[in-house]
Design a protein around this ligand. Sequence first.
Ligand code: KIV
Ligand code: ZN
Length: 498
Amino acid sequence: MSDRLYIFDTTLRDGEQVPGCQLNTVEKIQVARALETLGVDVIEAGFPISSPGDFKSVVEISKAVTWPTICALTRAVEKDIDAASEALKYAKHGRIHTGIGTSDSHIRYKFNSTREEILERAIAATKYAKKYVEDVEFYCEDAGRTDNEYLARVVEAVIKAGATVVNIPDTTGYCLPDEYGAKIRYLMEHVDGIDKAIISTHCHNDLGMATANTVQGVLNGARQVEVTINGIGERAGNTSLEEIAMIFKSHKEQNIQTNINTTKIYGISRMVSSLMNMPIQPNKAIVGRNAFAHSSGIHQDGVLKNAETYEIIDPKDVGIDDNAIVLTARSGRAALKHRMHVLGIDVDQERLDKIYEDFLKLADKKKEITDDDVMVLAGADRSQNHHIKLEYLQVTSGVGVRPVASLGLNIAGEKFEAAASGNGPVDAAIKALKQIIHRQMVLKEFTIQAISKGSDDVGKVHMQVEYDNRMYYGFGANTDIIAASLEAYIDAINKFVK
Ligand code: KIV
Ligand code: ZN
């Protein structure tokens, strides 16, 4: 008999803490519904006290999703727990996730407190949350660097106070796999009443160890894992859901089973990447563009003879369908709708008609429409509500001439035009734009995503623009890379010019 491993997805909470990758409530609901279809057990929907937006998202996700548990994060503070309980009032199954730092460093520097006081606060917060919901998860922040003996005391006390799940986060991503595994084993062996709660892993990837640590946690007794799609999250990110799901699917001898429908992985991975404008590194395990691409002659030869020679996972198991219909200018709405469905996007007829119209325009410019193009097309209407819109852009550049750009902007219905020269075509376009928008903004990062399918492909640009000591993220996609760059710049500006 296999042991059931519960999948707790925190893409919409820890994952969403990535600077510049915030989603609006509609987008969060879209991701939450896809997570439900994927089969996750728990969706951490937000940190309600942190902002009205987070509060609203927890409320709306609670209404939109039926069977997974909806979880809301709090500090070990009564007003946080009140807000979480209020936000969860529509959840069919609600969980409050409360906790406090337990490492000596957190106790001393963050709380200026003592181990005994923190233990009391942990018990009090658990009991307070328990007044509202049956399902209370307690996190021992920085458990990775917490002394095991003290950690065991905290875990035992919160279980006694009613915690149903106890989370052991390696908040700083410091642990080695053996060390983290031994920590979980220590708790399993030294905590009285450990069988009354589920122990959860929550590993960060600062040393590239998040997945290995999580696996060690599970092999030593944890039965819930906290993960994100594509491994996104604070700093170097969290453990990635798709890696854990495929590790235990591939290693049946471990007798660990999840509820994940792995064929939905590819679609949700693209959806999250597209909505958050976070490119997936090409060599990312399971979902990277090259994850199943065999380039060396020896490997190709082997795979053609029998895929098993070099492939440990059938791409179809994660939803990559080699026989997918290629979308071209001759594809109809039904083919586009089907491809969008595979990618986790379901839209009404009116929206489909609009996307199809844009699809035909793009298909006129390039031969084949890729999944990335479809994701961009499906997200394209995000710019419709923009305060500043690009009306036109003309650029002259080449060898031996100084690039010149002229452009037209529509700002809340009013038209503006400007022209400027620059060191390059993008520089010229940004200088022209700055003649209209007089703000002290600095371009900090500028990434052009690799074009993978020929010179007619859509170029995707990711930018970070600093304004008033804050970083704003922008994204643009266009077959014209200069236009994509300017669109990304304008997308970022729209986040602070209202
Ligand atoms: O990394 C961490 O410790 C966390 C907790 C708030 C669960 O995200
Ligand atoms: Zn975390």
